[in-house]
Write a protein that binds this ligand. Structure first.
Ligand SMILES: Cc1ncc(COP(=O)(O)O)c(C=O)c1O
Length: 423
């Protein structure tokens, strides 16, 4: 019988039955029938500890015996309080307030509403639009679709339905660019701010790594320059660290590479080690204080049912403890070394006529092809080699679980390279 499950991003006419996953351990999951696949994407980049991590599973079990859920409206509980304190501790200095929600998209919706209301409460109601970057991806809800790349992004069909915001060009300087090489990117950002700052509440960005929009990597100098421009133009800076947070770029947060504190920062995916859906939107004192006042408008009118879910908070605490106690920075550095050696340093790969670029940052690597057609069939072929790969358009990438061994990392890079060089 055909399953009634409607799959994401699937073309219903051409999709094939989805393989059924029955379990998983470490960086691999197992399909019905016994086939195991090494997951090069760690399930949309969230299963940073891999599958069935004993400490994370035990934390959920233990919490389930105490309290599975309770509303955060007017109530609190130990896991929510403790996690908020931990997030304040590990995030950049100054982010002292934590608003929970249930997914990356909703975390971003919270950030955008917070930014608009912040200016409203300061007597600047005209600042009700947002500034985003081309190549951005911030989620699939309406508010998020409106700040995704409006041309090449996947939501252009909805243009008539969405609010209109402003866009600056995507940064082009690479991660290791000198400050001078970032000047043109910052000049382009300045130009949009000069023209529209009176109606811009916040600049949103995926710091250092625009993920779903094509694994576009840029320099920490761009983050520093953006911070200065936001201060100059009275615009809040929002870092969407849904994908970059918890080690993906090689530091705990992408912001750490630049030593920049955004006004608002959004975390999800790796927050719970991927074990339960949850998100946190953090804000500085400056943002929070604007909401302290006497009028009814001072309340922040948002409150998802499952915000601060005790199971999610408890597993997030365990995820963070594992990250800190088991030398994850060291593991990520090891994966980075392999990715550089195997992909960046491979001259034959760089010279292949279908390959436009090869980039690596932290535990992320991408082979950018010139055409999406160059990657047709790669997922099926990778599966025959025991690897789960799922390219985005013309970007063949890996974002593995951090517990992936260096030998397994090489199995993944061999298949990524092999698609171009060894078939
Ligand atoms: C940078 C970024 N922001 C937001 C989201 C949306 O998160 P979610 O899928 O949990 O709604 C994603 C998801 O891939 C993302 O990569």
């Amino acid at each position: 019988m055909i399953s009634p499950v409607w799959h994401p991003y699937a073309h219903l006419k051409t999709q094939r039955p989805a393989p059924k996953v029955v379990g998983g351990e470490g960086p691999r999951f197992t399909l019905e029938g016994g086939e195991t696949l090494l997951d090069a994407t760690c399930s949309w980049w969230c299963m940073i500890h891999g599958y069935a991590h004993p400490r994370l599973v035990a934390a959920i079990r233990e919490q389930a015996g105490e309290l599975c859920h309770v509303m955060l409206g007017g109530l609190t509980h130990e896991p929510a309080d403790r996690l908020a304190r931990e997030l304040v501790r590990v995030t950049p200095e100054g982010l002292n307030h934590v608003f929970y929600s249930d997914s990356g998209s909703v975390g971003m919706e919270v950030a955008m509403k917070m930014a608009v209301q912040y200016h409203q409460l300061r007597g600047r109601p005209g600042k009700h639009r947002l500034l985003s970057l081309m190549k951005a991806y911030h989620g699939d809800t309406a508010g998020c679709m409106a700040v995704c790349d409006p041309e090449e992004g996947m939501h252009s069909l909805f243009a008539g339905y969405l609010p209109r915001h402003h866009f600056a060009p995507a940064p082009t300087a690479p991660f290791d660019a000198e400050p001078e090489a970032v000047a043109a990117d910052l000049a382009a950002l300045r130009e949009v701010l000069e023209r529209h700052h009176r109606e811009i509440a916040a600049l949103l960005m995926e710091p250092l790594l625009q993920a779903a929009g094509g694994l576009n990597m840029t320099s920490p100098h761009y983050l520093r320059g953006a911070r200065e421009l936001c201060d100059e133009f009275d615009v809040l800076l929002v870092f969407d660290e849904v994908a970059t947070g918890f080690g993906r770029t090689g530091r705990m947060f992408a912001a750490d590479h630049a030593e920049v504190t955004p006004d608002i920062m959004v975390l999800s995916k790796g927050l719970t080690g991927g074990y339960l859906g949850h998100a946190a939107t953090l804000a500085t004192d400056r943002v929070h204080e604007a909401f302290v006042g006497d009028s009814p408008e001072h309340a922040f009118m948002h409150g998802p049912t499952f915000m601060g879910n005790p199971l999610a908070c408890r597993v997030a605490l365990e995820s963070l403890a594992v990250f800190e106690e088991e030398d994850y920075p060291g593991k990520i550095a090891g994966l980075n070394r392999v990715l550089r050696e195997e992909l960046m340093d491979d001259k034959a790969l760089a010279a292949h006529p279908a390959v436009a670029d090869v980039r690596v940052l932290g535990a992320t690597a991408v082979i950018e092809a010139y055409e999406a057609a160059d990657l047709v069939g790669v997922a099926d072929w990778a599966r025959t080699q025991g690897i789960w790969l799922r390219p985005i358009g013309r970007w063949l990438y890996t974002m593995p679980a951090y517990i992936t061994t260096e030998a397994d990392m090489r199995r993944i890079t061999d298949v990524m390279k092999g698609w171009f060089l060894a078939r």
